[in-house]
Design a protein around this ligand. Structure first.
Ligand SMILES: [Zn+2]
Length: 228
C-alpha cells in the first residue's frame, strides 16, 4: 500500500510479488505474460455521499471479484472539486493504457429511479455507478453492511463493460443485466462473479492494454473500441 500526499492508492488485490513488480516495471513482467495477472488501475472519483469506509469496502469487494477473474485491481482515489490544488500524482496525468476511470455518483438525474439501473459506461475508459442504488437496496434489507458489497458488485459489473465491450450482458454471473432477489442472494455470499469465458476475455483485454502501455505512451490509443 502506498500513500501519496493528496491521492491515496490502495492496492486491494495484491496477487503476489510478481504482479506487484509488474506494476512498477512493466517490461520485466512480460517474459511470460500469461503467467502473471494483468493489472488495471482504477481512478475513482466519489461525487456521492458514500463514506470513505463504504468506498473502501466497495473497492475491496470489486477487487475480490476482479481477482477471481485473474485481474489485479489497483485503486487510485482521486480528489474531486475545484478546491483541491495539485500536484495530485497519477490523477493529474494523462491516462495510461491500463487506467480506467470510475465515478461514484449519487442517483440518476431522472426522478424515475429504477432498481435495475445501477450504473453506465462510456466505453472504453469511463464507468459510473450510483451509490444510492446500493444504499437503497441495503435499506430495503435493513442491512447497512450490504451497501459496500452491492456497490462493489455494481463497480465490478460496470468495469466488466469497459473490458468486455458494451454488449456484454450474460444470462449468468455478474454481467446479468437485471439483479433481482436471486442475484442479491448470490452477491451477498460472494457468488456473483464473472464467468470463465468473461474472465478470459477480460484478461486478454487487460494484457492488450498493458502492451499498449509499454509500447505506446500516446493515450490516443484509447479511442480504439473493443471488438464487441
Ligand atoms: Zn450492464
Amino acid at each position: 500500500m502506498k500513500t501519496l500526499r493528496l491521492a491515496k492508492v490502495s492496492v486491494v488485490a495484491l496477487l503476489g510479488l510478481v504482479g506487484f513488480v509488474g506494476l512498477a516495471f512493466p517490461g520485466m513482467a512480460f517474459a511470460d505474460e500469461n503467467d502473471t495477472s494483468p493489472a488495471i488501475t482504477i481512478q475513482i472519483y466519489n461525487y456521492s455521499r458514500a463514506s470513505p469506509s463504504v468506498l473502501v469496502g466497495a473497492e475491496r469487494e470489486a477487487g475480490r471479484i476482479l481477482r477471481e477473474a485473474g485481474l489485479l485491481a489497483v485503486w487510485l482515489e482521486c480528489p474531486v472539486g475545484p478546491s483541491t490544488p495539485g500536484p495530485q500524482g497519477r490523477c493529474e496525468k494523462a491516462p495510461e493504457a491500463t487506467d480506467l476511470r470510475l465515478r461514484v455518483l449519487g442517483a440518476p438525474a431522472a426522478n424515475k429511479f429504477q432498481d435495475t439501473v445501477f450504473g453506465f459506461t462510456v466505453h472504453p475508459v469511463l464507468a459510473s455507478v450510483y451509490y444510492e442504488y446500493a444504499a437503497r437496496r441495503a435499506k430495503i434489507d435493513d442491512a447497512e453492511f450490504e451497501a459496500p458489497i452491492i456497490l462493489g458488485c455494481a463497480i465490478a459489473h460496470e468495469l466488466g463493460h469497459l473490458l468486455l465491450g458494451t454488449n456484454s450482458h450474460s444470462d449468468s454471473g455478474i454481467m446479468q443485466s437485471r439483479w433481482e432477489p436471486n442475484q442479491f442472494r448470490q452477491l451477498m455470499i460472494g457468488n456473483l462473479v464473472f464467468t470463465t469465458e468473461q474472465s478470459k476475455l477480460m484478461r486478454e483485454q487487460a494484457r492488450t492494454r498493458m502492451r499498449f502501455k509499454v509500447r505506446n505512451s500516446d493515450p490516443g490509443f484509447i479511442s480504439r473500441r473493443a471488438d464487441k
